[in-house]
Design a binder for this molecule. Structure first.
Ligand code: C5P
Length: 255
C-alpha cells in the first residue's frame, strides 16, 4: 500500500471534550489521517455541528454512535447521519436482521433520492468489554468468539458494509465472511508503545497484514509529543503491512 492509500485508512479517534481540542487536532492531522472518529462523548457535548465543523476544516467523519433501537428509529437516525455527510457510521448487529436491513435500505434510498454519497454502515458485534460471564448473564450461551462470528454473518446477510472488530477477531471473521466486508480495527498500538487499557493489541503492520482495512488509533496519536509525526509513523507501518500482505497472497497464488 502506498503511503497516501495507507493514510486514507487511518482513523483518528477524536476522543476529546472541547471544541478547542477538536480544532487543534483537525488542523494538525487533516493531512495525516483519513478520517476523524466522533463518538458519543463529543457528539453529546457538541451536537451535529461538530461534524460540520470538522468537515469545514477538511476532515472526513466516521460517526461512531452505535445505534441500537427499533428498526424505524435506527433507520431514521442513520438517514440523518447520511445527510450530515459522514463517511461511516456504526450500529449494533445485536439489534437484529430487520434493524440492520431497514437502516441499509433507508440510507441507500435517501442517498439516491438526494444525490448524497452513501456512508458505509458498520456493525459492532460483541463489545470487547463483555466476557463469557457477561454474555451468560444476558442470556447468550455462546462464548464471545462464536457470538462475534454469528453476528458478523448476520450483519453481512443484512447488507451491512463492514464491522468494527478487535484485532484478535480479524482471522475468524475473514474465514467466516470472506474478504468483502470492510474491517475497521481499534486496539492498535505502534511497536513499543504503551497499551493503555487495550488488552490484546496488534501493531499497525500486524493488523493490516492480518486483513484489517481501516485502523482506529486514539491515544498514541493524541498524547504524542508530536501527533503529526506519530500519525506518519503509523501510516508508514501500515504501508509496510500491506506490502507484506500482498506478498503473502502472491506466494499463496503461485503455490
Ligand atoms: O486511544 P485508543 O487508540 O485506545 O482509542 C481507540 C478508540 O477505539 C476509542 O475511541 C475506543 O472507544 C474505540 N474502541 C476500542 N475498542 C473497541 C471498540 C472501539 O478501543 N472494541
Amino acid at each position: 500500500m502506498s503511503r497516501p492509500r495507507a493514510r486514507r485508512r487511518l482513523i483518528f479517534a477524536l476522543d476529546v471534550a472541547s471544541l478547542k481540542e477538536v480544532d487543534r487536532y483537525v488542523a494538525l492531522l487533516a493531512d495525516e489521517v483519513g478520517l476523524f472518529k466522533v463518538g458519543k462523548q463529543l457528539f453529546v457535548h457538541a451536537g451535529p455541528e461538530i461534524v460540520r465543523r470538522i468537515q469545514a476544516k477538511g476532515g472526513t467523519v466516521f460517526l461512531d454512535l452505535k445505534f441500537h433501537d427499533i428498526p424505524q428509529t435506527v433507520a431514521s437516525a442513520s438517514v440523518e447521519a447520511a445527510r450530515l455527510g459522514v463517511q461511516m457510521l456504526t450500529l449494533h448487529a445485536s439489534g437484529g436482521t430487520e434493524m440492520l436491513r431497514q437502516a441499509h435500505r433507508a440510507v441507500r434510498g435517501v442517498c439516491r433520492a438526494e444525490r448524497l454519497a452513501r456512508p458505509a454502515l458498520l456493525a459492532v458485534t460483541v463489545l470487547t468489554s463483555l466476557g463469557r460471564d457477561d454474555l451468560k448473564q444476558i442470556g447468550v450461551s455462546a462464548g464471545p468468539a462464536a457470538q462475534v462470528v454469528r453476528l458478523a454473518r448476520l450483519a453481512q446477510q443484512a447488507g451491512i458494509d463492514g464491522l468494527v472488530a478487535s484485532p484478535q477477531e480479524i482471522t475468524a471473521i475473514r474465514r467466516a465472511c470472506g474478504d468483502k466486508l470492510t474491517l475497521v480495527i481499534p486496539g492498535v498500538r505502534p511497536q513499543g508503545g504503551t497499551p493503555d487499557d487495550q488488552k490484546r493489541v496488534l501493531t499497525p503492520h500486524q493488523a493490516i497484514q492480518a486483513g484489517a482495512n481501516y485502523l482506529v488509533v486514539g491515544r498514541p496519536i493524541r498524547d504524542a509529543a508530536d501527533p503529526r509525526q506519530a500519525a506518519r509513523d503509523i501510516v508508514a507501518d501500515m504501508a509496510r503491512g500491506l506490502r507484506a500482505r500482498r506478498s503473502t497472497e502472491q506466494t499463496q497464488d503461485g503455490s
